[in-house]
Design a protein around this ligand. Structure first.
Ligand SMILES: CC(=O)N[C@H]1[C@@H](OP(=O)(O)OP(=O)(O)OC[C@H]2O[C@@H](n3ccc(=O)[nH]c3=O)[C@H](O)[C@@H]2O)O[C@H](CO)[C@@H](O)[C@@H]1O
Ligand SMILES: C=C(OP(=O)(O)O)C(=O)O
Length: 443
């Protein structure tokens, strides 16, 4: 965003030292922003706790304010208070300026349709890691009775003058965003909605908890079917956000790649089980404590693994990029098959320039069915290690790719200059302060 000074956008890193110490991780980026949108559904005050000071929170706060909603954020205590008693249609030009930095605006559709009968959704931002279409979102809204007009040059105009009505919806793929779209639109719809093929990520379950506190009636079946009985009105909520399992896994990967020892305060085991299994197979050690998880490199060689990213409860795609850096230090051949996004290995190019041996393939190097066989993207990676890394000049490509470059710079010998570092502020609160606390030499 425009408030970033050029000098704040570059980080000089002198690597080669193990990261060691304690850092605290707050609420999940991929939940907090959705819970803030949910507050729009109720003409009252909602209070969200454990909120991290990240750019996505600022963007969603500003978007809500453009709609006339009162938002205050006590960053030190991590508390966001949202008073949505009053909601307006926002000025399209202003919405457009903000939206480019996040994918959240599409989730405003349901709440705005309920509050105002119409919504304007600008073109979306977010990480560029594949096509990221919104066809499931729009189809869901149509099935609930909305009319979608895509002729506007700057975005999409959606109307529902007769309100939204419950429907049977099936997602061709368990999309996180489209599941949340359905929840946020169906809770106040007239009648029952059945969503089959839904995503069941922990962040979605926490959103369902928020909606239930607000007065919604939602049940989740074991076969990924979510049933929503529409209610007439909702009230504000008070809720503590679940921990960011992606940030926690990123610091765990940093501990492994730098042969370090990091206690991630706030990290929780149930949401990280799949990651913890892989971490252990590679040879990393961890200890689950009441207030967090300690991750460390026990010395000796790391072992290679074959992993495939998948929807929950599989191995998260957002865990993949930081872990790949640690795999460059494992003894042997590791394979990562990315089945969620078709184009998420661009970040490996700078790693190769730093000395890693990584070969990308268009083929599915794994057993999971994925949607990309016919597509022209390299969505499998073979990593051969261990390879020493040396410092380089690096440009941050996206959020997780950027953090993985930081880890590589910290694991490498010699200095690196990482450009475009502010992109990492989208999802990693105070990462500069946390790196310093762990003994990193950064400037
Ligand atoms: C803000 C947020 O929560 N972001 C997360 C969310 O993104 P997001 O909600 O955008 O991800 P989805 O689960 O929707 O996307 C998964 C796949 O479905 C495809 N798709 C999605 C919607 C659609 O209408 N049509 C379609 O084809 C996407 O292109 C992608 O290939 O879940 C992803 C998968 O866990 C995470 O990597 C992101 O960090
Ligand atoms: C892909 C990500 O985020 P977004 O969906 O917000 O772009 C991410 O958090 O890794």
């Amino acid at each position: 965003m425009s408030d970033i000074k050029p000098e704040d956008d570059v980080l000089r890193v002198v690597g080669g030292k193990p990261l060691s110490g304690q850092i605290k991780v707050r609420g999940a980026k991929n939940f907090v922003s959705k819970a803030m949108v949910a507050a729009l559904l109720a003409p009252g005050t909602s209070v969200l706790k454990n909120v991290p000071e990240i750019r996505d929170v600022r963007v969603v706060s500003d978007l809500l304010r453009l709609h006339g909603v009162n938002v205050t954020f006590d960053g030190d205590r991590g508390i966001v208070t949202i008073d949505a008693s009053h909601v307006d249609l926002a000025d399209v030009a202003d919405v457009d300026t903000l939206a480019g930095s996040s994918r959240i605006p599409i989730l405003f559709s349901g709440p705005l349709l309920h509050r105002l009968g119409e919504a304007f959704i600008p073109s979306l931002g977010g990480c560029r890691i594949g096509d990221r279409p919104i066809d499931f979102h729009l189809e869901t809204l149509r099935r609930l009775g909305a009319t979608v007009n895509k002729e506007h040059a700057d975005g999409i105009h959606i109307t529902a003058p007769d309100g939204l009505h419950g429907a049977k919806i099936h997602l061709p793929y368990p999309s996180v965003g489209a599941t949340e779209q359905t929840l946020l639109a169906a809770v106040l719809a007239d009648g029952k909605t059945e969503l089959s093929g839904a995503a069941i990520e922990p962040e979605i379950m926490d959103l369902i908890c928020v909606l239930q506190k607000m007065g919604a009636i939602i049940s989740v079946d074991v076969d990924r079917t979510i049933r929503i009985e529409g209610v007439e009105k909702l009230k504000g909520y008070e809720h503590t956000a679940l921990t960011d399992r992606i940030e926690a896994a990123s610091w765990a990967s940093a501990a492994l790649a730098t042969r370090g020892d990091i206690f991630v305060k706030g990290a929780t085991q149930p949401e990280m089980m799949t990651f913890l299994n892989v971490f252990r197979k590679i040879g990393g050690e961890f200890e689950v404590r009441d207030d967090g998880i300690r991750f460390w490199h026990p010395g000796g060689d790391l072992k290679p693994v074959a992993i495939e990213t998948d929807v929950h409860p599989g191995f998260m795609t957002d865990w993949q990029q930081p872990l790949v850096v640690a795999l460059t230090q494992a003894n042997g051949l590791s394979i990562v098959h990315e089945t969620v996004y078709e184009n998420r290995f661009g970040f490996t190019k700078p790693l190769v320039q730093m000395g890693a041996t990584i070969q990308l393939y268009r083929e599915c190097l794994g057993s999971l069915p994925c949607r990309f066989q016919q597509r022209n993207f390299e969505h499998s990676a073979v990593i051969f290690g261990p390879t020493p890394l040396t410092g380089q000049d690096i440009d941050v490509p996206d959020l997780r790719g950027g953090f993985s470059h930081l880890i590589a710079a910290l694991a490498a010998s010699g200095p690196s200059t990482v450009h475009g570092i502010s992109l990492i502020d989208r999802g990693y609160a105070d990462f500069r302060g946390k790196l310093r606390a762990l003994g990193a030499e950064i400037e």
